[in-house]
Design a protein around this ligand. Structure first.
Ligand code: ADP
Ligand code: MG
Length: 397
């Protein structure tokens, strides 16, 4: 975990500190940042104890925090403000947090506080100002960016001595038990353990991480994120049913998790599983294999050679795992036919974003083609971002 002061971001941190002081009447104890993430490859493999290859992106949440000292020592009052929208100040009591009780964005920072308390840490009241440029709900994990910025801040301020792995576990607990979102450990691992110019090769079984060079720009490429703006109403149910299929598959095949099934085992598995469960299992098994191949390829040949793996990942999610949607398929197909060397939906599915690894010279053409294709299909206009692998969570001042 890198919590050293990042000098080149000093100006940004100062202005957030100034805004904090104008809002709360005193300077913050510090400013911390944590990025959103994009998953390059490895979808739905996390809860199957498999492999993922996300990276921390150059969009992040910043948080200025001051622990409160009341007239009779520390008090438990919490005041939270986000620069996003017009949501006003949120007040809470750090001494009486319970899962499910907090609504709105405050559940992310307060979930972290609650999870720290569950670990036996005494968290006093505090003031917090949040400012994030991670787009909300675009599949770039704006919620984990908040949680990771807050846990990094609290770890420093409380002198808790948590390791990056501890903070991954803690934010996982916050997101699952307090926020109520059944997610794996990928997003916070990328946010907390990412590094500039690298993807995070994460083994979700033992949480071990290897940083893998991913310098798209050196290969004349850009990673384009296409946000379809689609948030399908069945995303939650779809996620739960895919998890259930994976658990059923592992149980029938007699393994702890689908991570333990290899590509060579698939033929035999086909005879043991019903057709739908088999296709779900085949996605996980082949996707794990694609992550390993992507890591090897990045190391030995560089980003220009991973296109076919991205394409195969998308086909597997579309046909076997059935978590794509017409908008994602159109974004992927159009990007591919207008210059992208590989493209896939990324994130949980049923909407959200696609990524397209695109030669820099073709980026404009790909964007224009996707916009036109969406207009022709009568879909809502998509959003575009380009992302590069950036530093993980850190203290800014
Ligand atoms: P994702 O994490 O994919 O962006 P989520 O639905 O998990 O989508 O998280 C989005 C939620 O995170 C928003 O609804 C909001 O509550 C919170 N959030 C994200 N960014 C901000 C922000 N800058 N200010 C306040 N809340 C935010
Ligand atoms: Mg989220």
């Amino acid at each position: 975990m890198n919590t050293t002061t990042c000098t080149d971001a000093g100006g940004v941190a100062d202005s957030l500190a100034d805004r904090f002081e104008a809002t709360f009447g005193a300077a913050p104890d510090g400013v911390w940042a944590a990025p959103g993430r994009v998953n390059l490859i490895g979808e739905h493999t996390d809860y199957n104890e498999g492999f993922v290859l996300p990276f921390a992106i150059d969009k992040r949440a910043r948080t200025a925090v001051r622990l409160r000292e009341g007239s009779s020592g520390k008090d438990s009052r919490v005041r939270l403000l986000s620069t996003f929208g017009d949501q006003g100040l949120v007040a809470a009591d750090a001494a009486s947090l319970s899962p499910g009780a907090v609504k709105g964005w405050a559940k992310y920072p307060l979930g972290v506080v609650w999870a720290l308390q569950q670990r036996g840490l005494d968290v006093p009241g505090f003031d917090l100002l949040l400012d994030s440029n991670v787009p909300l709900g675009a599949g770039l994990s704006s919620s984990h960016a908040i949680e990771c910025a807050v846990v990094t801040a609290m770890n420093d301020l409380l002198g808790a001595g948590l390791t990056a792995e501890d903070m991954v576990t803690l934010t996982h607990h916050a997101e699952n038990a307090f926020v109520g979102a059944p997610t794996g450990i990928m997003d916070q691992s990328a946010s907390l353990r990412g590094a500039r110019g690298h993807a995070v090769f994460l083994d979700c079984r033992d949480q071990s991480v290897e940083l893998v060079p991913f310098q798209a720009q050196d290969a004349g490429l850009v990673l384009l994120v296409i946000d379809t703006k689609v948030a399908h109403s069945h995303a939650d149910g779809g996620y739960a049913s895919r998890r259930a299929s994976c658990e059923l598959g592992a149980e029938v095949l007699g393994v702890k998790a689908l991570r333990d099934v290899g590509v060579a085992d698939l033929e035999e598995a086909g005879g043991l599983l019903d057709p739908v469960t088999f296709r779900r299992v085949r996605h996980i098994v082949t996707e794990n294999d694609r992550v390993l191949q992507a890591v090897d390829t990045l190391r030995s040949q560089g980003p220009a050679r991973i296109g076919a793996l991205l394409d195969a990942s998308h086909a597997s999610m579309r046909d076997d795992f059935e978590i794509s949607c017409p908008e994602l398929d159109l974004a992927v197909d159009t990007a591919r036919s207008h210059g992208a060397i590989g493209a896939r939906m990324t994130g949980g599915g049923f909407g959200g974003s696609a990524i397209a690894l695109t030669p820099v010279r073709d980026e404009r053409q790909v964007r224009d083609a996707v916009v036109h294709a969406f207009v022709d299909a009568g879909f809502t206009a998509p959003d575009f971002f380009t992302v590069t692998p950036a530093a993980g969570a850190e203290r800014l001042s």
